[in-house]
Each structure stands twice: as C-alpha cells, then as structure tokens.
Design a protein around this ligand. Structure first.
Ligand SMILES: [Zn+2]
Length: 138
C-alpha cells in the first residue's frame, strides 16, 4: 500500500470461485485488469518523457485525490514512487513550499494550492483518470 488505509483480503481460490459464479464480478475484474495495465503503460511513458517536477506534482495530485489534503508521505517514499533520488524530490518540495503550493514537515505534506500544482503537473494523472472513467463509467 502506498498510503495508510483500510483494505480487505480474500483467499485467491474463493475469489476465483466467486468470479466464476458472478458474471458482474468477473466483468469488473477484467475491467480492472485493463485499467491497471493501461496505468502501468502510462507510468512507464511518464517516467521516460516527463520531468521530475512534473511527475512529483502528478503524484501529489494523485495522492490528494485518494487521501485528501494532508498526506502522510515522506520525501523518500515520493522519490521511490517517481524513480529519482531523494535529493531531487527535496529540491522540488522546497520550491513548491516557497511558492506556497504545499507545506511540508517530516513525513507530512499538505496540499495548499491544487490549481497551481495542476499547472506544473504532467497530463498523465488526467489521462489515467479519463481512462478509468472510460472503463468504469464516472
Ligand atoms: Zn507524466
């Protein structure tokens, strides 16, 4: 898991059986597989084509959408997620904080100005969200 949250687990055999017995569940699992693969492909392209700052901003927006304004997210973790050294993320975090777009202290990042962060982020999060809506509906 990338951030603290609740989760459920199910035995793989029970899930397989449930999917065989429930066409809606099976359809949902196939759709999720399609979405997940598209997300992986988008992330690979993002890592190859977009700047560290754009990717960091994309990740902050993604995490805010999932968790809210206050992120329990270390720079070390963010660096791992976007595939760069911690020092690179630290410089970006300092820049964004100086511009009053985020505030951060040990292990906590608070989003202060989403619209401005969106302008710095690459389009990949929006592309992933659009693909999600296409596969699952709104
Ligand atoms: Zn990107």
């Amino acid at each position: 898991m990338q951030v603290e949250a609740f989760a459920s687990i199910i035995d793989a055999d029970r899930l397989r059986q449930a999917a065989q017995e429930n066409p809606k569940l099976r359809d949902m699992m196939v759709r999720y597989e399609q979405f997940f693969l598209a997300q992986v492909q988008q992330t690979a392209a993002c890592n190859a084509a977009h700047s560290v700052r754009a990717r960091a901003c994309k990740w902050l927006l993604r995490m805010q959408s999932l968790v809210g304004d206050d992120l329990v997210l270390t720079q070390e973790f963010l660096a791992q997620m976007i595939g760069v050294q911690r020092s690179g993320v630290n410089a970006i975090a300092q820049e964004l904080q100086k511009l009053e777009m985020i505030s951060y202290s040990r292990g906590h990042i608070r989003i202060l100005d989403r619209p401005r962060i969106e302008r710095l982020a690459c389009e990949c999060d929006a592309a992933i969200n659009a693909h999600y809506a296409e596969i699952f509906g709104s």
